[in-house]
Design a protein around this ligand. Structure first.
Ligand SMILES: NC(=O)c1ccc[n+]([C@@H]2O[C@H](COP(=O)([O-])OP(=O)(O)OC[C@H]3O[C@@H](n4cnc5c(N)ncnc54)[C@H](O)[C@@H]3O)[C@@H](O)[C@H]2O)c1
Length: 313
């Protein structure tokens, strides 16, 4: 199939693009390289250096590529930036996404796959894990902008019959995640520990998240090419893993021997979240496979071997 992947120079969608190429699909990537890197782009994918909010350029790419699938990963995904610059966040995540959805209908794209967030959609929850019927009540602008596009997809299916699947991601981790970013605690801790720097835990270490390794997320993107029509699906283990446990796992994998330092929790952060993915298992047969221990081992090894340890680029 011909697949247009947005955000394919970034952490997750570069792996997804590789997964599609490996499965024999043809891949074109759109990315403005704002946080993504050119070296992440698979050499056999066609690349367009383009902002998703530039609809004229995006329409030209779609007329040239005529994709059967649009897989949308490009996003402003910095929670703190979303709080500081809500209009920018909305422009990229809502208007950029909506423009693509609109073009998907105009050019009769067979399916729109959307990388949404479970971690930032549900807000402060009483108990974990949550399933998709739990109300969404985001406590950061990024969460609002990401689920807004979900609503448009629902609407476009209702009005125009657009086929889509929303994947609500947990905390995804693995090789190529930016260790200098504001999120991505596994990569951040790994780099700090490998350099011998003392990592900071925001809060007292008891905040929890659901962590899924990148290979399992790639598998979901492959299987959802023809499964989960019109569905919104959580991806996750359903397991709430504390910040301190992540610290301990990365410490064991990196050989670091120190303790963390602690700082106040940052605005927009939920206390606890874990995602019940029973529906993804039922409709698409998807379950995660790579354990936290194994996935953290791969990630620490990758960061140790990359030049990330040498200097902040
Ligand atoms: N990493 C996670 O744990 C996680 C969790 C939930 C959801 N997600 C979603 O997954 C997607 C990918 O996240 P990631 O972790 O790979 O982040 P990333 O920053 O590595 O990737 C995002 C990519 O989008 C590109 N991009 C940003 N704005 C763009 C624009 N206006 N036009 C074109 N390209 C643009 C960036 O250059 C980058 O390559 C995002 O949509 C994010 O909301 C990620």
């Amino acid at each position: 199939m011909k697949i247009l992947v947005t955000g394919g120079a970034g952490f997750i969608a570069s792996h997804v693009s590789e997964g599609y190429l490996k499965a024999g699909h043809s891949v074109a990537i759109v990315d403005d390289l704002s946080t993504g890197k050119r070296e992440n782009i698979p050499s056999s994918a066609r690349f367009y250096d383009c902002d998703v909010t530039d609809l004229t350029a995006i329409e030209q790419i779609i007329t040239q590529e005529r994709p059967e699938i649009i897989n949308h990963h490009a996003a402003q995904m910095d929670v703190r930036r979303s709080v500081r610059e809500p209009l920018f966040d909305a422009r990229v995540n809502i208007l950029g996404g909506l423009g693509l959805v609109d073009l998907a209908v105009k050019y009769k794209v067979c399916k729109f796959l959307y990388a949404s967030t479970g971690g930032a959609s549900y807000g402060q929850v009483e108990t974990v894990p949550v399933n998709e019927s739990h109300p969404t009540a985001p406590i950061c602008h990024y969460g609002v902008s990401k689920i807004t596009l979900e609503r448009y997809l629902f609407l476009y299916k209702h009005l125009y019959g657009l086929n889509y699947t929303v994947m609500r991601y947990p905390n995804v981790y693995g090789p190529r995640q930016n260790p200098y970013g504001e999120a991505g605690v596994v990569a951040i801790f790994a780099l700090q520990m490998l350099r011998g720097d003392q990592p900071t835990i925001f809060g007292d270490g008891s905040k929890t998240r659901d962590y899924v390794f990148i290979d399992d997320i790639v598998a979901a993107n492959v299987v959802m090419l023809d499964k989960g029509e019109g569905e919104t699906l959580n991806l996750g283990w359903g397991e709430a893993v504390s910040d301190y446990r992540i610290f301990e796992e990365v410490r064991a994998a990196s050989g670091y021997s120190g303790d963390p330092k602690y700082a106040p929790v940052r605005p927009g952060e939920v206390e606890h979240i874990a995602l019940d993915a029973s529906k993804a298992r039922a409709v698409a047969g998807w379950t995660p496979k790579v354990s936290l221990h194994e996935g953290i081992g791969h990630t620490v090894k990758f960061i140790g071997q990359s030049n990330a340890c040498a200097a902040n680029p």
